[in-house]
Design a protein around this ligand. Structure first.
Ligand SMILES: [Zn+2]
Ligand SMILES: [Zn+2]
Length: 274
């Protein structure tokens, strides 16, 4: 069965997708199962609010009427489940719709571990993606952090953050887009092609990557194949083939697939079957 277990709608701060439109695209594309995994990055740094507003399209306010009233990358979970139930009533005979959440993990934050664990216990999400988006509380989407650390160092810090998080957060069901940070490396900072650089990341960080993989394998948490990278300048899914090979050699077998679509028309992109 084809499935896409990583989708965003306008419940996520950075998406304008309408849930019903995404479900219809999923059905058209022959997906049997989908999960709406909205962003929840608790305590995401407020200094990025204006950048997010400016990156958004003109019709942003229409989809995010509570943007200024709500912490960034959080959503109304009760309203989300109401909408999800509505989708199941309308489309449930044609597709399985799972609940989900994409948790923004940060290391050394026992307050977030507690908050996320309570939410996961309370709402019983079908899919809980564990994602590291920030590097030492800085957003690698913007070039500043890259110039501060340098490319290799920033990526090493990213994986160190991830290792700490994997140790601390034992309740996510799948580790999302494991090496996605590479997508944003400024080309001025590397002396080879992006493709070559991407391939080398696993070897440079192999010890940390192996530690991360061993922990999730031992606990039975899955690893996500995130197809979004294939449609960025990286032109490759996450994680890289080299990381996938480490995962295989270490005995990993549990994979989930996700497009990470933030637009309805991209639902299922790059997912060819499971
Ligand atoms: Zn993510
Ligand atoms: Zn996502």
């Amino acid at each position: 069965m084809k499935e896409d277990l990583h989708l965003h709608t306008c419940f996520s701060t950075d998406s304008n997708a309408i849930m019903s439109e995404s479900v219809e695209v999923a059905i058209e594309r022959g997906l049997g199962r989908i999960a709406f995994t909205e962003h929840w990055d608790a305590d995401y740094p407020e200094r990025y609010r204006e950048d997010l507003r400016q990156a958004a399209g003109d019709d942003w306010e229409k989809y995010h009427p509570d943007f200024d009233a709500r912490p960034l990358f959080t959503f109304d979970i009760e309203a989300y489940f109401k909408e999800l139930e509505k989708m199941r009533r309308i489309y449930g005979d044609r597709i399985t719709i799972l609940s989900g959440i994409e948790l923004g993990l940060r290391p050394q934050r026992p307050d977030l571990v507690k908050l996320y664990r309570e939410a996961v216990d309370k709402y019983r999400f079908d899919v809980v993606l564990g994602s590291v988006h920030l590097v030492n509380d800085e957003e690698p989407y913007y070039p500043e952090a890259w110039f501060k650390y340098g490319a290799d160092r920033l990526i090493e810090e990213y994986f160190k953050n991830m290792l700490d998080c994997v140790k601390e957060y034992d309740f996510f069901t799948s580790l999302a887009h494991m090496d996605y940070v590479v997508r944003y490396v400024p080309e001025e900072l590397i002396d080879c092609t992006l493709e070559e650089y991407f391939k080398g990341v696993c070897a440079k960080n192999e010890k940390i990557i192996d530690e991360i993989l061993k922990i999730i394998i031992k606990r039975g948490q899955a690893l996500e194949i995130n197809t979004k990278g294939a449609f960025t300048r990286l032109k490759h899914v996450h994680p890289s083939d080299e990381i996938m090979e480490r995962y295989r050699l270490l005995g990993g077998t549990r994979l989930t697939y996700g497009s990470d679509a933030h637009y309805s028309k991209l639902v299922g992109d790059g997912i060819y079957g499971v």
